[in-house]
Write a protein that binds this ligand. Structure first.
Ligand code: NAD
Length: 404
């Protein structure tokens, strides 16, 4: 099953368990709009390449579509559909007046120069600009896109619609501060995940394992290492382990210098699949989808899985972990800090305001604390796992809006 089928199967299951209106379930199993584009980009050597990109707009009952843009060789329509669907549910769980969308371009950013990435980003925006906008659909960063890419998006969108950049800042979030971004956005996903975890359990001295060392995983490692012991981390090149805990500040420097966590002094190497099975208190998948599956779920030794990545656990693995008493803090709750601060950024852009980091962090803490209590409460009420609890909560909220 692909991730889109997985996402739909959980919606069906949650719909049954939560006695959700059949019409709403059918609506949520369908995607409102899919945009599939092919666009030309001049490469540095003068050749022309045609890239393929998607923007999927799943549901906008709660507000404008919202969701990141991913650059990865494995991007495909089903992945983008699933990610868009999860965004609709995530915004609802976090109590945001936003719908769900997602985008992706099939490319390998590691093999492209900065100028090629800029031209590709602008080419993609030229192809989809009529379908996005501050009150229509608001992209953000995701895997292998960052604040610089978001800056290129605002520039190109402003050019296409013939407005000044300052007038259309709300077209995209996750921008740098100098481009109209918000304080706290860069670390929001990880900080939100930390707030969720701290609402759920005491983290002091707990052993943490993290898969992925990018925006989500690296920042989470940095924040949580102030209280807990990060004993293993990995990136796309491999993993490292140190039982007494890794020095995260130094590890971040090592990754900046060498491009990977691998080879960090005073640590041993570990295979990515072995890393997931390490004895620890909290396992944090923070890379890609479907890494905890039927094959390895029975060997996961963590007591808690905090899903900073989207869709890291398949539905079959969910069942196994639930039966074994492993608590999952599901993606649509655990990583909702990113879209929450994206929403704060958008509000600031629309109102021409600038909020302090203290205010943003305080509001995020409040939002994630409330959402965590609500998800855990719903799961307990229905006697189901936290993911189903979160889905039911989200579907109830979307269902409360007027069906058209
Ligand atoms: P990123 O591009 O900053 O980092 C991705 C990391 O994953 C990199 O360290 C990369 O080396 C690593 N990785 C890739 N393949 C791997 C593999 N096979 N094994 C181990 N590590 C691997 O991306 P990100 O923004 O940190 O996103 C990571 C996950 O978090 C994604 O699922 C994304 O959808 C989700 N997420 C991100 C945000 C956000 O604000 N950035 C918000 C919500 C959810």
């Amino acid at each position: 099953m692909n991730v889109y089928e997985n996402a739909k199967s959980v919606i069906r299951r949650a719909g049954e368990i939560g006695k959700i209106d059949d019409d709403l379930i059918r609506i949520l199993l369908n995607i409102q709009k899919e945009i599939h584009v092919r666009f030309p980009v001049k490469m540095d050597d003068g050749s022309l390449r045609i890239f393929e990109g998607y923007r999927v707009q799943h549901n906008n009952f709660l507000g404008p579509y919202k969701g990141g843009i991913r650059y990865h060789p494995d991007v495909d329509i089903n992945e983008v559909r699933a990610l868009a669907m999860w965004m609709s549910l995530k915004c609802a769980v976090a109590g945001l007046p936003l719908g769900g969308g997602k985008g992706g371009v099939v490319c390998n950013p590691k093999e492209m120069s900065r100028t090629e990435l800029e031209r590709m980003t602008k080419g993609f925006i030229d192809a989809i600009y009529l379908d996005i906008g501050p009150e229509k659909d608001i992209p953000a960063p995701d895997v292998y896109t960052n604040s610089e890419v978001m800056g290129w998006i605002v520039d190109e969108y402003a050019k296409q619609v013939g407005k000044k950049k300052e007038e259309v800042l709300g077209v995209v979030t996750g921008k740098s501060l100098s481009d109209g971004g918000s304080e706290g956005r860069g670390e929001a996903t990880a900080r939100g995940g930390e707030f969720v975890l701290m609402e759920f359990m005491a983290v002091k001295d707990k052993k943490i394992v993290i898969q992925g060392f990018g925006n989500a995983g690296r920042v989470f490692a940095k924040l949580i290492s102030k209280n807990a012991r990060v004993i293993a981390v990995s990136d796309s090149k491999g993993g490292i382990y140190k039982g007494e805990g890794l020095n995260i500040e130094e590890l971040i420097k090592h990754k900046e210098e060498t491009g990977s966590v691998v080879g960090f002094r005073d640590s041993s190497e570990i295979e990515n699949n072995e890393l997931l099975k390490l004895e620890c208190d909290v396992l944090v998948p923070a890379a890609l989808e479907s890494v905890i599956t039927l094959e390895n779920a029975s060997e996961i030794k963590a007591g808690v899985v905090l899903e900073l990545a989207n869709g890291p656990t398949t539905p079959e693995a969910d069942e196994i972990l639930f039966k074994r008493g492993v608590q999952i803090l599901p993606d649509i709750l655990a990583n909702a800090g990113g879209v929450s601060v994206s929403y704060f950024e958008w509000v600031q852009n629309m109102r021409g305001e600038k909020w302090s980091k203290e205010k943003v962090d305080e509001m995020l803490k409040e939002k994630m604390g409330v959402a965590t209590k609500e998800v855990l409460g719903k799961a307990k009420e229905l006697n189901v796992n936290n993911r189903l609890g979160a889905y039911v909560l989200a579907m109830e909220r979307i269902g409360r809006t007027q069906l058209q």
